[in-house]
Design a protein. Structure first.
Length: 404
């Protein structure tokens, strides 16, 4: 009795050789097919890298500014009912609390006409917000002085007719220099401009207002009106905001602490983590979408290759190749395309993160857990994309293939 024919075998070396030859047979098509995976993996690396990089910048800025600011607001329906919410020595009381750097009171004095020339008729004059602020409040807002200086305690105690303007407002009013002691007429009242503000780290709306010492506003237009509550800004040391917030109401009004609403900053770590989680979820969805597009591209190209090479598949099957051999070849071709796209995409994504961080003068943060698995992500994408075409190729019968 004759021994049965031994089943054909396909060594790993032969499999790799056949798959590589299939990829290199059409290099242009292979490059375009891998492009989708390149974009997907590069987006994946860029998203996670930039999220980590920007998260570091947000963390440092938020810790210095947002986490060191406490807001206190008068909640009384009638400010004149039981005296002012903030006594005259309010800033001194708050500065006596351990951990306080600076503090001051401010409020909105409403919108008033502002002009650089005295006009008898102010009907066509623009109106701007007027903010009454103590020197401590202005300092706590960390304004950058473009020209001139900030007003001090002397200006406030003496109710001097001085004002600060934002740079954009000053240019609109035609005030660019202070050596001639220019004045602005607020509701017809002349105020000498002693400083022009170029920026403000806190409360940027300060740049769109005329800032006047609080005692000057009280002398000219009276105390805060009903519906315009006075507020206090308190700058604290890092980590002291929560403690200061728990003590500031009692320090200001021990007789009526419930009249004051104290707003402490949220925990910077939890807020940062929440923001980072939202960004990661959003941009990871974008990266996965790009990978999905790349997967469809590889699957489509591999399927077309199966149709084009039907004769080749039939010939190999007639010489003894099994369906699993054909499936393994096409699956490996897809895996090679995905791996190539993953490697190139990882390099492109890493270089993009470094380049963007360098242009912004940031410290690039690219975690190893982001870069190292990225090529493997391309490989998995290629394998998943090649499953159906490989199964389709394995089902092709030799006789039907050779008849085409």
């Amino acid at each position: 009795m004759k021994s049965p024919v031994a089943p054909s075998k396909l060594t790993l070396r032969d499999l790799a050789s056949e798959a590589l030859a299939g990829v290199l047979q059409r290099p242009g098509r292979a490059a375009l097919t891998a492009l989708g995976t390149v974009v997907g993996v590069a987006t994946f690396v860029i998203v996670l890298g930039l999220t980590a990089t920007v998260g570091g910048q947000i963390s440092s800025r938020f810790t210095v500014l947002g986490a060191t600011e406490v807001q206190v607001e008068d909640t009384s329906a009638d400010p004149g009912l039981d005296g002012p919410a903030f006594p005259e020595d309010a800033a001194g009381r708050v500065r006596a609390i351990h951990g306080v750097v600076q503090a001051g009171v401010y409020w909105s004095a409403g919108e008033r006409t502002v002009n650089s020339r005295p006009l008898a008729d102010t009907a066509g004059t623009d109106a701007y917000p007027v903010v009454a602020a103590s020197p401590g409040a202005v300092t706590a807002m960390h304004p950058a002085v473009a020209t001139g200086r900030l007003f001090d305690d002397f200006h406030n105690r003496s109710a001097e007719p001085v004002a600060l303007l934002g740079e954009a407002m000053a240019k609109r009013l035609g005030i660019t220099r202070l050596d001639s002691h220019p004045a602005v007429f607020v509701a017809g009242v002349p105020l000498t401009v002693i400083g022009i503000l170029g920026d403000a780290q806190r409360h940027g709306d300060l740049l769109l207002s005329v800032v006047v010492p609080e005692r000057t506003v009280e002398r000219l237009w009276g105390p805060p009106a009903q519906g315009e509550p006075s507020k206090m800004i308190v700058e604290t040391q890092i980590g002291a905001a929560q403690v200061v917030a728990s003590q500031v109401a009692v320090a200001l009004r021990p007789d009526a602490p419930d009249r004051l609403k104290v707003t402490a900053p949220p925990d910077p770590r939890s807020l940062r983590d929440s923001v980072a989680t939202d960004l990661n979820s959003l941009f990871l969805a974008l990266a996965l979408t790009c990978l999905g597009v790349g997967m469809v591209g590889i699957a489509n190209t591999t399927f077309v290759a199966v149709l084009e090479r039907t004769g080749e598949i039939g010939l190999r099957r007639s010489f003894g190749a099994r369906g699993s051999h054909i499936a393994a070849q096409f699956l490996l071709e897809s895996a090679i395309l995905g791996t190539m796209g993953g490697l190139i995409g990882t390099c492109v994504g890493t270089l993009s993160v470094v380049a963007i961080a360098a242009t912004r003068h940031w410290t690039a943060v690219v975690e190893p857990w982001t870069v190292l698995p990225a090529p493997l992500l391309g490989t998995v994408t290629g394998i998943l994309a090649g499953l159906y075409p490989a199964m389709r190729a394995a089902r092709i019968q030799p006789v039907q293939a050779l008849q085409r």
